[in-house]
Design a protein around this ligand. Structure first.
Ligand code: SAM
Length: 284
C-alpha cells in the first residue's frame, strides 16, 4: 500500500501527497499512470510520477487554459487540443456554443481511465458530437494535418517522455501551419520558479515563429513551486490589448459559466512579475 505519493519532478523540490486509496496503477504502453484519492485534492492523476490533474483544482487550470484564448480571440469556431487526455480542456471548450474541437492524445488509456475514475473533469465532453477524438502523437498529427484551427491548446505533460516532442521548434512550426489567420497557440509551460530554462526555451523558440509571444499566469495548488505559465503565441497583437470592457463583453456574450475565470483575472494574468520578465530578457 503506497502511503505517500512523492513527486520529484524538480531537483531539490518534492511534492508529497497522502494516498488515501489507490484506484488505478498501471504502466500504459507509454506512461506510468496512477489515479489515487487524497483528502485535499480529491482524485489525483499522475503520469510518470508527475501530478497531471486533480478533481479539486482542475477548474483553475482548464478555465484559464481555454477561456483566455477563446475570449481574447472572440470569433473561434475550431479548437485543436494536443494532449489533454483528462478531458478538462475539452469540457471547457464545449461550453462555447458554435465551437467544435479536435483532441489529439497519444495515450487512449489516459482518456478511458479519466472518464472512468474522474468523470467530472471531462464532464461528458468526449460524448459531445462537436468533439473529434484522435489517438496519435500530436507532433505527427500537426506535421501531416491540412486543417486549420483558430486556437491550438497544447495541454501536454512536461517535456519528458512522450511529451518532449511537444516543446520542439519543429512542432511549434507545424502548429503554426495549422493555425488560422489571427489564430492563437497556448501552451502548458510549467512553473517558472522551478522550470526557468523550459520557460526561456519555449519563449526563444516561439519568438522565431510569431510576432507576439508572451505568457500568462495562474496558481494551480497541486503544481509545486508557485504560479504556472501558459505560453501565448500569435501574429495578432490585438488579442492581448483588449480593454476590460471588451473582455467583459466577450465573456457575457459567450454565455459560459466559470468558477475561476473573470475578465479581470484574464487581464491581470498577463502582468508578469519582474523575476519572470528577467527569465525572458536575460542575456546569459
Ligand atoms: N495538466 C497536465 C500538465 O500540466 O502536465 C497535462 C495533463 S494531460 C493529462 C497531458 C496529456 O498529454 C496526457 O494525456 C498524455 O497522454 C498527453 N501526451 C503526452 N505526449 C503526447 C504527444 N506526443 N502527443 C499527444 N499527447 C501527448
Amino acid at each position: 500500500m503506497i502511503e505517500l505519493f512523492d513527486e520529484g519532478l524538480h531537483s531539490g523540490v518534492n511534492l508529497a501527497l497522502k494516498v488515501d486509496k489507490v484506484l488505478y496503477r498501471e504502466k500504459t504502453e507509454l506512461q506510468d499512470l496512477m489515479i489515487f484519492e487524497n483528502s485535499t485534492f480529491g482524485r489525483v492523476m499522475s503520469l510518470d510520477g508527475a501530478v497531471q490533474t486533480t478533481e479539486k483544482d482542475e477548474f483553475i487550470y482548464h478555465e484559464m487554459f481555454v477561456h483566455v484564448p477563446l475570449l481574447a480571440h472572440g470569433a473561434v469556431r475550431r479548437v485543436l487540443i494536443i494532449g489533454g487526455g483528462d478531458g478538462g480542456a475539452a469540457r471547457q471548450v464545449m461550453k462555447h456554443q458554435n465551437v467544435e474541437a479536435t483532441l489529439v492524445d497519444i495515450d487512449r488509456t489516459v482518456i478511458e481511465l479519466s472518464q472512468q475514475y474522474m468523470p467530472t473533469i471531462s464532464g461528458g465532453a468526449f460524448d459531445d458530437p462537436r468533439l473529434k477524438l484522435v489517438i496519435a502523437d500530436g507532433c505527427e498529427f500537426v506535421r501531416q494535418s491540412e486543417e486549420v484551427w483558430e486556437v491550438i491548446i497544447i495541454d501536454s505533460t512536461d517535456p519528458h517522455g512522450p511529451g518532449e516532442v511537444l516543446y520542439t521548434q519543429e512542432f511549434y512550426a507545424d502548429c503554426k501551419s495549422c493555425l488560422a489567420e489571427g489564430g492563437i497557440i497556448v501552451t502548458q509551460n510549467g512553473v517558472p520558479f522551478v522550470q526557468e530554462s523550459e520557460l526561456r526555451t519555449s519563449y526563444d523558440r516561439l519568438k522565431t515563429l510569431f510576432t507576439d509571444v508572451g505568457f500568462y499566469l495562474a496558481a494551480i495548488p497541486s503544481y509545486v513551486g508557485g504560479v504556472m505559465a501558459y505560453g501565448w503565441a500569435t501574429e495578432e497583437k490585438r488579442h492581448r490589448q483588449h480593454s476590460l470592457a471588451t473582455l467583459a463583453g466577450n465573456y457575457i456574450g459567450s454565455g459560459i459559466e466559470t468558477d475561476y475565470y473573470t475578465p479581470e483575472v484574464h487581464q491581470a494574468a498577463f502582468a508578469l512579475p519582474l523575476n519572470i520578465q528577467k527569465i525572458l530578457t536575460s542575456e546569459d
